[in-house]
Design a protein around this ligand. Structure first.
Ligand code: ADP
Length: 605
């Protein structure tokens, strides 16, 4: 990878999968071929169309030869008109075959790209949270759009042109052989030179193309990050700062991108020079052959025309090298993603359970890879229907514990059992259908409110959605909106207030009706009325479920059957509110000075 100035925007190496693997040509081709194979029949028809087009194209100089050598010397006007008619007919047929060929290629290319996007998206969905925490989302979008598009460009343009040029080249050489075999041998003798020139550039272009793609992907990732953090940028008045950083990065990308194009152009210039030198030689030697050895003028003219039939493909190949390498590096970036294995793997014969809701943590340890574990020797037995409040200072492991329960991550050691079965043995999908998470800041999709609630149960009727909204205390505000349930919520739900977003998320969870519920209580300031509304809707949601609440409010904590106090990944205290207060440990210290205030709704932000 080329050296770069690693400003924050441009840092690439820390994102593992942003740096694509380089695959051996055979492997890359074999895997690419798998995507193209289903369309082989269409491609075969395209090839037939191509053959006819090239055949007609290449016959045109022969028609000219006939005109010069036969029709004109004979002063036969009918023959001249006949030649013109044949020419016209040939070009019409050529047009039709070329159109058919292009259409079939566009279609097969588009279909192959459709399949690649589908496969990649499906695979990305299987990858787990750890992957998404490492990756920047915009960089993934970049792969799905731009890297795939470079393959599309290859199939629809290069694929056709390569076949076209190769056929044209064969045809031109064959006819040239018949016209003057000595001159043809001379031309063919220069072919290794073309090969040497392109080979010497190819490796550099390949390396540079990978580098440029990584830079573009990192740039997309950083841009995405800035736009999703635009509130922070604006609230800190950092627009200028971000602009300067952005300019620094695009400056950093300027020369690598420029160099890539210049190198391609330089290769083309060398090839062009070689072609022109050869052309000059042919003019001299061919001219001498006409003068001294009786080569016909028509044959000489046709020969020089076919010589361009030889140069054309050579120059096209050189231009295509860039398109091909661009597609290959794009494809390798896609393969790198496709070869990223999910960190959480499903058991061979996963167990499908209808949950009752018992959860046992048995000496669970979990580490993110650092020296200190995030969860250490954690044991807890939770009965169905029990409400557990998790309390503890920030960084004590509450969210990590919940990501073990949702199986975003697997325990490092120990065991986490649900209804007596090791979580790792359960069918992942059916388990997730029975567990719901309501977060502090719930993400809503940019559709309507109805679509967002329906996300909890796609087959739900309108009535069920209304009922869920009513139970979540969301019906009133939804009905006051101009378009009711059809109102759009904006990207991430920005058009709703924090409290409204949360109630929509609760409605979504109510509709899903899970057996296990995880609720990350809001610490952000909600007005008292919103808090009470959310509290009431939560009470409804919690009925009959095993509930974990990352709790901040005393009202919630008091409602819990048990309070688990965590510190540095361990349970330090466990009990109900009064017991814990009496113990005068961490809980009572947390409770008295600040976080937990006596009454719900009276808490400051
Ligand atoms: P809490 O939810 O109690 O605030 P967390 O579970 O978020 O605590 O964090 C527990 C510990 O794990 C902290 O030391 C935190 O820095 C670390 N941690 C949390 N998430 C990650 C992550 N994705 N990668 C690495 N370390 C993490």
């Amino acid at each position: 990878m080329g050296a770069g100035n690693p400003v924050r925007w441009g840092i690439r190496d820390q994102f593992d999968s942003n740096v694509a693997r380089q695959y051996p040509t055979k492997v890359a081709f074999r895997r690419f071929w798998k995507f193209v194979l289903p369309y082989r029949k269409l491609l075969a028809f395209a090839a037939l169309g191509n053959f006819l087009t090239v055949f007609i194209n290449q016959s045109i100089p022969l028609i000219t030869k006939f005109l010069i050598d036969e029709a004109l010397p004979a002063r036969n006007v009918t023959l001249v008109v006949g030649v013109a008619v044949v020419f016209l007919f040939a070009t019409i047929v050529q047009n039709v075959t070329a159109y058919g060929h292009d259409y079939l290629l566009f279609y097969s290319g588009q279909r192959a790209v459709f399949d690649i996007r589908k496969t990649l998206f499906h695979h990305l969905q299987l990858l787990h949270m750890a992957f998404y925490e490492r990756e920047r989302t915009a960089s993934l979008v970049n792969r799905l759009i731009h890297d795939v598009a470079s393959i599309q460009q290859f199939i629809t343009t290069a694929f056709g042109t390569i076949a076209n040029s190769a056929l044209g080249l064969c045809f031109a050489v064959t006819v040239m052989f018949f016209l003057n075999w000595k001159l043809t041998l001379l031309c063919l003798a220069t072919l290794p030179l073309y090969f040497l020139i392109t080979q010497s550039f190819r490796k550099r272009i390949y390396r540079m193309s990978h580098d440029v793609k990584e830079r573009q992907s990192a740039l997309a990732g950083a841009l995405g990050e800035t736009f999703s953090g635009i509130k922070v940028v604006k609230s800190f008045g950092q627009e200028d700062h971000e602009r300067r950083r952005f300019i620094l990065t695009i400056k950093d990308n300027f020369y690598p991108e420029m160099d890539l194009q210049v190198v391609g152009r330089r290769m083309w210039a060398w090839l062009h020079f070689l072609c022109n030198t050869l052309y000059a030689c042919v003019l001299v030697l061919g001219g001498m052959a006409v003068v001294k050895q009786g080569m016909s003028l028509g044959a000489f003219v046709a020969f020089t025309a076919y010589l361009w039939g030889l140069f054309g493909p050579i120059q096209t190949f050189s231009a295509l090298i860039q398109v091909t390498i661009n597609a290959r590096t794009g494809f390798e970036r896609i393969l790198t993603l496709l070869d990223t294995r999910p960190e959480i793997v499903e058991a061979p014969n996963p167990i499908v359970l209808t949950l009752k809701g018992r959860i046992e943590f048995e000496r669970v340890n979990f580490s993110y890879g650092g020296e200190t574990p995030a969860i250490e020797n954690f044991s807890l037995d939770v009965q169905p229907g029990e409400v557990i409040a998790l309390v503890g200072p920030s960084g004590s492991g509450k969210s990590t514990l919940m990501s073990l329960l949702t199986r975003f991550r697997d325990v490092s050691s120990g065991c986490l059992r649900v209804d007596g079965v090791d979580l790792r043995k359960l069918d992942y999908d059916s388990y997730r259908r029975q567990i719901s998470v309501v977060l502090q800041d719930n993400f809503l999709f940019s559709g309507s409110i109805e679509e967002n609630i329906r996300y909890g149960k796609p087959e739900a009727s309108v009535q069920e959605i209304r009922e869920a909204a009513r139970l979540a205390n969301a019906l009133e505000f939804i009905e006051q909106m101009p378009e009711g349930f059809r109102s759009r919520v904006g990207q991430g739900g920005v058009m709703l207030s924090g409290g409204q977003r949360q109630r929509v998320a609760i409605a979504r969870a109510i509709l899903k009706n899970p057996k296990i519920l995880i609720f990350d209580e809001a610490t952000s300031a909600l007005d008292t009325q919103s808090e009470q509304l959310i509290q009431r809707s939560l009470d409804i949601l919690m009925q009959g479920k095993t509930v974990f609440i990352i709790a901040h409010r005393l009202s919630t904590i008091q409602k819990a059957h048990r309070i688990v106090v965590m510190q540095r990944g361990r349970i330090v205290e466990i009990g109900n509110h009064e017991e814990l207060l009496e113990r005068k440990g961490l809980y009572s210290r947390l409770y008295h000075p600040r976080i937990l205030e006596p009454e719900a709704g009276t808490r400051a932000a």
